[in-house]
Design a protein around this ligand. Structure first.
Ligand SMILES: Cc1ncc(COP(=O)(O)O)c(C=O)c1O
Length: 457
């Protein structure tokens, strides 16, 4: 059969409210034109994030009941530790409540003021944590990753020559570690090749610089490697993931993505001194090292979810849904990032709304138009999210202006996707009437979450 079906059937449903257009106009006003401030029940199809929004399997719900809530050394911790060790082979494992807690502990213990942290593209919380610790977070994405129309297989790769240059330009002592984000969320959900990870490790090894993988979507990345990189077709996703982690000295993980859980994460490392520092900070910030901010039942759910994310049939279905959405939009001429990424379809707001200059936030214009049209909630990844300024305080446009339609795992069916495609098509038809925006309030960090905006005339 050529039809790819969901490798599950639905046992429980959750009502979905569809409010009227007038109600949506009022809701967006109340949210100061920032969709992060909307009530979730005012959103019909909620694609704000794929993080923590997935549906759990029967195995996960069953595992939840096995949660051992002992403060220290629980059976659930043992299961969690053994699964993370099986996948990553990394020695020290610390559970945390979500990915940014891992980033924060890493930054607060290892990073010093003035340090430089290279990455293919820092995710917003990663950048904020590194910068909060006083470091310069530098993106070294390969050139093809910046070209949103080029069909190439591994556009999340880091530019190796730029990595070498970055090391040459900064003293090695100023680079406490280098990161690589798989898949590259900020750059369109594009995967990183095994060859690139191996090459990065090769360069870093010469200088004794550790490699830290931001592993949120490690299983989706493993699937791309199996599909597109020579030599990996006959390996299981688990074997591919194991090789990816074999090049890492440490990793941060949000289990809200490829842990198929609603909460959780981990920080892992091989270095005993790092582990000592992580443990002390974990106790201060999160909890005792065998639960680290999570309930025993969460540890159980993650242990099952991490292995389910590596099931081949699940990844085939997952990628087919994202492809279905992306292909339908391409057929209608809607500009999207190519090739279609792993966890989301990214609309190219620069091409969608060429008349809105970056400083008037075309991404926000598009996000709000999608909400008003069909109650679809998406997110801007552009000038507002990356909020960068020059030394005179002038706002710097982001190189990419994207709108991410992140697909929650195992949640929406094909008719939801058809409704979504119809909504985007309707907005595409009226693109010339979409306004730009200005910010009327912003906090000093991660402004996109809480800033307030006003439509320009
Ligand atoms: C690549 C990447 N790194 C880190 C994080 C942070 O994880 P969390 O939201 O669990 O704090 C995210 C979340 O979306 C992410 O996509």
């Amino acid at each position: 059969m050529s039809t790819i079906i969901e490798p599950f059937r639905i046992k429980m449903t959750e009502p979905l409210k569809i409010i009227s257009k007038d109600e949506r106009i009022e809701a967006l006003k109340r949210a100061y034109n920032n969709v992060f401030l909307l009530d979730a029940e005012d959103c019909c199809i909620d694609l704000l994030t794929d993080s923590g929004t997935g549906a759990m399997s029967t195995q996960q719900w069953a595992a939840l009941m096995l949660g051992d809530e002992s403060y220290a050394g629980s059976k659930s911790w043992k299961k969690f530790e053994s699964v993370v060790k099986q996948i990553t082979g990394i020695k020290h494992i610390f559970p945390v409540h979500q990915g940014r807690a891992a980033e924060s502990i890493l930054a607060q213990t290892i990073v010093n003021k003035g340090d430089v942290i290279p990455n293919n593209s820092h995710f917003d919380t990663t950048r904020a944590n590194m910068e909060y610790a006083g470091a310069h977070a530098i993106d070294l994405l390969c050139d093809k990753g910046l070209n949103t129309t080029l069909e190439a297989p591994f556009k999340g790769d880091m530019d190796i020559e730029n990595l070498k240059k970055c090391i040459a330009d900064n003293s090695v002592e100023k680079i406490p570690f280098c990161m690589i984000t798989v898949t590259n969320n900020t750059g369109g959900g594009q995967p990183v090749s095994m060859n690139n990870i191996r090459e990065i490790k090769g360069v870093l090894k010469k200088y004794g610089i550790p490699l830290v993988i931001d592993a949120c979507r490690f299983a989706e990345n493993a699937y791309f490697i199996k599909k597109h990189e020579q030599g990996y077709q006959d390996l299981s996703l688990l074997e591919i993931a194991q090789e990816m982690f074999s090049y890492a000295d440490a990793a941060t993980m949000s289990c809200k993505k490829d842990g198929l859980a609603n909460i959780g994460g981990f920080l892992i490392c091989n270095n005993d001194q790092w582990a000592e520092k992580f443990r002390n900070m974990l106790i201060l910030r999160e909890g005792f090292p065998t639960y680290g901010g999570l309930a025993g039942r969460d540890l159980e759910v993650i242990a099952v979810g991490l292995m389910e994310a590596l099931e081949y049939d699940y990844q085939v279905y997952r990628h087919a849904t994202v492809e279905y959405l992306g292909r339908s939009l391409i057929d209608k001429g809607v500009p999207i990032v190519r090739p279609i990424g792993g966890h989301a379809v990214f609309l190219d707001a620069k091409q969608f709304l060429p008349n809105i200059p970056p400083i008037q936030y075309p991404g926000i214009g598009l996000v709000n138009a999608l909400y008003l049209e069909g109650g679809v909630r998406s997110v801007e990844l552009g000038t507002v999210m990356f909020g960068r300024f020059d030394e005179q305080g002038n706002e710097l446009p982001s190189p990419l202006e994207l709108v991410r339609l992140a697909i929650p795992r195992r949640v929406y069916t094909q008719s939801h996707f058809d409704y979504l495609i119809e909504t985007i098509d309707a907005v595409w038809e009226k693109k010339d009437s979409i306004p730009g925006y200005k910010i009327t309030y912003q906090p000093s960090f991660l402004r996109h979450f809480t800033c307030q905006l006003e439509a320009l005339e």
